[in-house]
Write a protein that binds this ligand. Structure first.
Ligand SMILES: Cc1cc2nc3c(=O)[nH]c(=O)nc-3n(C[C@H](O)[C@H](O)[C@H](O)COP(=O)(O)OP(=O)(O)OC[C@H]3O[C@@H](n4cnc5c(N)ncnc54)[C@H](O)[C@@H]3O)c2cc1C
Length: 425
């Protein structure tokens, strides 16, 4: 039976197949800590784990449940680097800061898979690499360009021709691919819950159903209020990203939102799945209105595309699946769901100071598994060590994104038009 979920993460595919949620009762009463964290996604959880490992007293407040945001809805591709190729990162940040970010994120899959192994997280880790697929002949130019930039930085990437791409994907619709063996896939909500458990084991205290409604700076301390409690902290991390719920007196900047939806087939079984992504690579393509493809441990095929779900997008996804794999034309679709991505104008994430010992971290622009893990950890260390020199990007003091609503509308309309047009071609 088809299950559609745009709201709660617990009923999407990841919610149905993840390990159980950590025990994290809502926050009540009063407490004083070294570090308060708002938001229980990868960024906040990674920060909580890192700070607790260093002996800090940490409390994390999550409005809904751990992984309620992008961290419980995404595709699960653990990429090395951002969506932008390295030289585009350098062009925006300057060569020194750019290379620093490129290097930090090239190592992000190592950090994610090491954490998974060290804390025995049950999140279906598969380190079989990713395939960036050329959706059309002109996509090959983009891939060649990326391959050259990555190889120049020592990345073990490899361009695959159309025949090798067909052998790996099980579809002859692609013109080639860029294979990156550093990357892999995970069960996204399982990873968020794994980070939560590891943070708790290290001594951090986590509270779900605890939306922070106000934050104030009083006498060198941050005071956070929820409906049932008051938390005092010397330092503060706001990690609410695209799922930010309003907090009085906290100026988290508004960033354009891209919606992204996915459909998952029923488990296919070897007969039907046959040669589809037999090695377990995770994939996305070079299309401007991007498509993603992967399998999960149970053998489902999961296809995603830009857009907020609904009839036009879902019809497109079913047709796309049948186009790539004609034998799947009648396959049952078990789950559909969607999520919000915070997409900065230059596609770079931000660490923004908004007071003494207080940072907001956001804007991974669709690449948040590795970057969220890296950024959360780095900011926690910076706050504890009182040094910003090891942060992956320079701290900014202010940030304004123009035309936020217009851009959000533009992305959704563009995706709808592209998927509508594809239905008629
Ligand atoms: C559909 C989709 C597909 C994606 N695919 C990939 C992918 O394959 N690979 C990849 O690397 N990245 C991917 N991403 C991006 C990635 O999921 C995100 O960048 C990442 O999860 C962001 O983590 P986060 O911790 O910063 O924020 P989130 O996971 O969004 O967490 C923010 C949390 O803050 C909480 N919160 C908000 N306001 C308050 C408040 N006032 N008080 C308390 N708590 C609050 C929210 O409830 C939420 O749980 C995808 C994203 C989406 C939506």
């Amino acid at each position: 039976m088809l299950k559609k979920t745009h709201g709660s993460v617990t009923s999407n595919l990841w919610g149905k197949t993840a390990v159980s949620a950590p025990d994290a009762a809502s926050f009540q009463g009063e407490r004083s800590v070294d570090l308060a964290i708002i938001g229980g996604g990868y960024t906040g959880l990674s920060a909580a784990l890192a700070a607790a490992e260093q002996g800090a007293e940490v409390t994390l407040l999550e409005a809904e449940t751990v992984g309620h945001g992008g961290s419980g809805r995404n595709v699960g591709l653990v990429n090395a680097g951002l969506w932008l190729p390295p030289e585009a990162v350098n062009a925006r940040l300057g060569p020194a800061a750019g290379e620093r970010l490129n290097a930090a994120l090239a190592a992000a899959p190592d950090m994610v898979f090491d954490l998974i192994e060290r804390h025995a997280m049950a999140c279906e880790p598969v380190r079989a690499g990713t395939l960036h697929l050329a959706h059309a002949r002109n996509g090959l130019k983009d891939l060649e360009n990326r391959a050259a930039q990555l190889a120049a930085r020592g990345a073990p990437v490899r361009l695959l021709d159309a025949a090798e791409t067909a052998r790996r994907t099980g579809s002859d619709r692609f013109h080639g691919a860029l294979y990156d063996p550093r990357a892999g896939t995970i069960q996204p909500l399982g990873y968020a819950r794994g980070l939560a458990r590891a943070a708790q084991d290290a001594g951090a205290r986590l509270h779900e159903k605890s939306p922070v409604v106000a934050v104030q700076q009083v006498g060198g301390q941050w005071i956070l209020r929820t409906s049932g409690g008051k938390l005092r902290a010397r330092s503060l991390i706001v990690a609410t990203n695209a799922y930010h719920q309003p907090i009085d007196q906290t100026p988290v900047p508004k960033v354009p939102i891209v919606q992204y939806f996915q459909i998952a087939t029923e488990p296919l079984g070897d007969n039907l799945a046959g040669d589809i992504l037999m090695n377990g690579e995770g994939c996305w393509d070079t299309g401007l209105i991007m498509t993603s493809l992967r399998r999960d441990r149970a053998g489902r095929l999961i296809l995603g595309g830009m857009g907020g779900g609904g009839r036009i997008h879902e019809d497109w996804a079913r047709r796309k699946l049948a186009q790539l794999y004609p034998r799947l034309r009648g396959a049952g679709i078990e789950h559909t769901w969607s999520g919000r991505i915070a997409m900065t104008g230059d596609h770079l994430p931000r660490i923004r100071r908004f007071g003494p010992n207080a940072f907001a971290i956001y804007g991974y622009s669709g690449r948040g598994i590795g970057p969220g893990t890296v950024f959360g950890r780095a900011v926690a260390h910076a706050l504890i060590e009182q040094s910003e020199t090891a942060l992956p990007v320079p701290v900014i003091e202010g940030h304004h994104e123009p035309f936020v609503r217009l851009k959000t509308l533009f992305y959704e309309t563009g995706a709808r038009l592209a998927h509508f047009a594809a239905a008629r071609s």
